[in-house]
Design a protein around this ligand. Structure first.
Ligand SMILES: Cc1cc2nc3c(=O)[nH]c(=O)nc-3n(C[C@H](O)[C@H](O)[C@H](O)COP(=O)(O)OP(=O)(O)OC[C@H]3O[C@@H](n4cnc5c(N)ncnc54)[C@H](O)[C@@H]3O)c2cc1C
Length: 527
């Protein structure tokens, strides 16, 4: 029986109420659940789709204080985020690393201007600094950023920031939650709140795989549903239609040959005043992002025409070679849940988080950034403990090592494999590279253009609660984000392996493949 089915079976019994029940399995919900479980509270998380299915797998992959927020003078946010950045690196070195960024300078004035700003950024990180910023000559800037527009280049400013794999980090949080004794279920949606005497005492839930409905009781219910928080607040009979402003951001993924070094390009101000990054990631190059206000919250947002036009125009302006449409490997978009403030533009809205407690005791947490997920979890569970009268227990997450923590995975055969951290030998053992391997063919690559191996599908099904081809190709591996065509070509192999692991029928395979294809087509670039 799969891990998920085992948990569902146990839930079916007459279990006592959970101390904390979290709705939403993105960065915010998983962070809150880990916080609760690490304090000794009995914790359950339900996610209606897959973990990190929405915004939390679609970020720019930066673990950062945010140079842009410093420009906006939001020093408190930058200070907090820089501290969290340092702790994320310490607690999950298999998923977070230091990356060099270079701002190319096309005027002599911009060198001292950005140079001073980045020294302040570096100082604010104090003991948790990732390294010193420095001014670069034109020659060194070009060596660091081969492929950047050389015409008129005067020099550059190098600084350090963090990079991570967002969806893999979410999976590490899921595994940490389980290690701490907590429980999480994907494909279980909260459909309503249960109230007694004016207080929220649980949720109604639906298993999306078989449609079965059930009730879950809890002392504290946390709403961490990202851009959907208002839907849950509505279930509480409290309308909060104007709480959020939703902002969409899109990225292009290009072959690494556009910027072949190990350094990221940062354009602090495009012609229309935005920030643009081109960042090496798992052998490709991520370019983005945009910031466009949208009215509705789709689980699969698509890049708008204006975003594609912006990215095409601006990459071309900052690189020697403008990418052609057929060179774009993947396009992905995410939605930022931003707390509304009057009529301010979404790009001007704060990235701070907000916690609201309804009169019935529903705790809603929203806003924030991936980088501040832990702090958001800490603040949320402080409030939840108060609301539910849970026994006092201090936060322990600042120095909590996440599942897979290892100083250096010594058996990695590729940079990608480092994401498995201390689990890597067990992943490799599945294909016979270590004692006890069960099937040598599992060592084969899923696709010649991708670094992922068949054994990772088996691992994802057995240990990471992957249920669909999309779960494997989008979030356990990152195939769909890195090269949508290669992901589509890998899908039949993944479906076969997954069906074997999960005991699924041929009909299931056909149906799941069709679903994946429909989603994956949205990641292909179209004009
Ligand atoms: C384009 C873009 C780039 C970004 N880049 C960065 C970056 O580089 N660094 C950084 O620090 N931050 C970045 N961010 C911000 C960061 O990604 C978000 O702050 C964070 O991912 C939000 O996480 P969340 O858990 O609140 O929301 P989500 O990840 O959207 O999670 C909410 C979850 O709730 C689930 N859900 C909804 N309704 C229900 C229900 N009824 N029952 C059960 N589950 C439900 C959804 O399925 C979803 O999985 C970026 C954001 C965007 C959009």
């Amino acid at each position: 029986m799969s891990k998920r089915n085992q948990i569902l079976k146990e839930l079916g019994g007459n279990s006592p109420p959970w101390d904390v029940l979290v709705i939403g399995g993105g960065a915010t919900g998983l962070g809150a659940a880990v916080e609760a479980a690490s304090r000794g509270y009995r914790t359950l998380l339900v996610e209606r789709s897959d973990f990190a299915k929405e915004t939390s797998s679609r970020s720019t992959k930066l673990v950062h204080g945010g140079v842009r927020y410093l420009q906006q003078m939001n020093v408190t946010l930058v200070l907090d985020a820089l501290s969290e950045r340092g702790h994320m690196l310490r607690n999950a070195p298999h998923l977070v690393h230091d990356l060099n960024f270079v701002i190319p300078a096309y005027s002599y004035f911009s060198l001292p201007y950005y140079g001073v700003g980045l020294k302040v950024y570096e100082r604010l990180s104090g003991k948790l600094s990732f390294g010193h910023s420095q001014l670069l000559s034109r020659k060194t800037a070009l060596e660091k950023l081969p492929g950047v527009k050389s015409d008129g280049l005067r020099g550059g400013i190098l600084y350090h920031d963090g990079q991570f794999d967002d969806a893999r980090y979410a999976i590490a949080l899921l595994r940490t939650l389980e290690d701490l004794g907590g429980t999480a279920l994907n494909y279980v949606a909260a459909t309503d709140l249960i109230e007694r005497d004016g207080k929220v005492i649980g949720i109604r839930a639906r298993d999306k795989e078989d449609g079965v409905e059930f009730e879950l009781r809890a002392k504290a219910v946390v709403n961490a549903t990202g851009v959907h928080v208002e839907q849950i607040i509505d279930m509480d009979g409290q309308s909060h239609k104007s709480l959020l402003a939703i902002s969409q951001g899109s990225h292009f993924v290009l072959p690494r040959s556009f910027l072949p070094g190990d350094t990221a390009l940062m354009i602090p101000k495009t012609a229309d005043g935005r920030v643009l990054f081109a960042i090496p990631w798992h052998g490709a190059l991520i370019v983005g992002t945009t910031d466009v206000a949208v009215d509705s919250a789709s689980p699969e947002p698509r890049a708008l025409h204006e975003e594609k036009a912006f990215l095409c125009a601006h990459i071309g302006r900052h690189m020697d070679h403008a990418p052609q449409p057929e060179e774009i490997l993947s396009v992905f978009s995410g939605l930022r849940p931003l707390v509304r403030k009057g009529h301010a533009k979404t790009s001007k809205l704060s990235r701070d988080h907000t916690i609201l407690v309804s009169p019935a005791g529903l705790i809603t947490v929203t806003g924030g950034k991936w980088t501040t997920y832990r702090r958001m979890g800490q603040d949320t569970i402080d409030r939840a403990a108060q609301v539910a009268g849970l026994p006092k227990s201090p936060s322990r997450t600042l120095d909590l090592k996440l599942h897979g923590w290892t100083p250096e995975p010594t058996t990695a055969t590729s940079a990608w494999e480092c994401v498995y951290g201390s689990d890597l030998p067990a992943v490799q053992a599945l294909s016979g590279e270590a004692a006890g391997g069960e099937d040598a063919s599992l060592g084969a690559l899923l696709h010649p253009r991708l670094p992922f191996r068949r054994r990772e599908v088996v691992w994802a099904a057995r240990h990471e609660m992957a249920r669909t081809v999309e779960d494997v190709l989008a979030r356990r591996t990152r195939a769909l984000f890195l090269d949508a065509r290669a992901a589509i070509e890998s899908a039949p192999t993944v479906a076969n392996l997954l069906a074997r692991e999960l005991g699924r029928s041929d009909d299931w395979k056909l149906n799941d493949l069709a679903n994946f294809l429909k989603t994956a087509k949205g990641y292909l670039y179209t004009e």
